[in-house]
Design a protein around this ligand. Structure first.
Ligand code: MG
Length: 291
């Protein structure tokens, strides 16, 4: 007679047996775990202007896990309320983890600029990002080291503000002009040494740093901990130019605490941004050195 206790015992045995069988099947047939690859949405800037939701859907379908925005204006993200943009991205199985935005600074407009950041912090706290990144600063032949120091102090203040907004970290993203010298001082090194590690991180664009004549891996090792986030960029699609050796970059970055990276494509071999962004994803998805 099957009483309740025996019935439960035998059911448990079946369930356990089922789990074991499933695990064996899974270990033989499951694909490698999906890599967390991010995209800087500037890569699809024209499409994002025309159709935000449709573009994000295509990005999710390619396999990207995270996105970094480049569409903040007056409290809105690509014209949408931050919470709506966040819901949209999350509904596609992705996360919005970072945002590009910024303001130039002068002593005269300090109050106005910091008010701009306060409003931006509210919007990005609602968006739920971990990082807010300024991707530019004015540098020309007349720029002095005092001008750079002023920007370092400014970035420290902005980082203080973003940290107060739900612990968002503030970063600076380079191009190649930061690798000019003023006197014998390399601008980028001066910035690394004159910003607070507690308030300013550096989102290294590995392509632009290399175009500036430097080695991304050497910088990551030398200034350990300052580069938690990278822009993985090439001249066009990732891996196509042959100029970039991404393996030592990833190896150095992983060993020094890499948290996130975003693919960025600015130029397109066949004038097809979606194809270029997909090709770049596939390159990293296949690369054995990318975890
Ligand atoms: Mg970049």
């Amino acid at each position: 007679m099957v009483n309740r206790r025996n019935f439960l015992k035998s059911s448990a045995a079946v369930v356990v047996g089922g789990l074991v069988a499933n695990q064996l099947i899974t270990s033989c047939t499951a694909p490698a775990p999906k890599k967390k690859i991010g995209l800087q949405l500037y890569s699809l800037r024209d499409a994002m202007k025309e159709d935000v939701k449709g573009t994000l859907k295509k990005v999710a379908d390619m396999g990207y896990s995270t996105v970094e925005t480049a569409g903040y204006n007056d409290g809105l993200i690509y014209g949408m309320a931050p919470i709506e943009f966040k819901k949209n991205v999350e509904g596609l199985g992705m996360k919005v983890t970072s945002a590009h935005l910024g303001q130039t600074y002068s002593k005269e407009k300090e109050v106005e600029v910091m008010e701009w950041w306060k409003k931006a912090c509210d919007a990005h706290a609602a968006l739920g990002v971990k990082y807010m990144v300024q991707p530019f600063m004015p540098v020309n032949d007349q720029t002095t080291i005092e001008d750079i120091k002023m920007y370092c102090d400014y970035f420290n203040s902005v980082g203080f503000e973003t940290a107060a907004s739900g612990g968002i970290a503030f970063g600076y993203h380079n191009h190649s002009f930061e690798f000019r010298k003023i006197g014998d001082q390399l601008i980028y090194d001066y910035m690394l040494e004159n910003t607070s590690p507690n308030h300013v991180f550096f989102e290294m664009d590995v392509y632009w740093l290399q175009e500036g004549g430097q080695s991304p891996a050497e910088y990551i090792n030398k200034y350990a901990g300052r580069f938690p986030v990278l822009h993985i960029k090439d001249e066009k699609e990732i891996g196509v130019s042959g100029k970039m050796d991404f393996k030592p970059i990833f190896e150095a970055a992983y060993s020094k605490g890499l948290k996130e990276y975003y693919v960025e494509v600015e130029q397109y071999t066949n004038n097809d941004p979606f194809a270029s962004v997909k090709q770049s994803f596939d390159y990293l998805a296949k690369a054995e050195y990318v975890k």
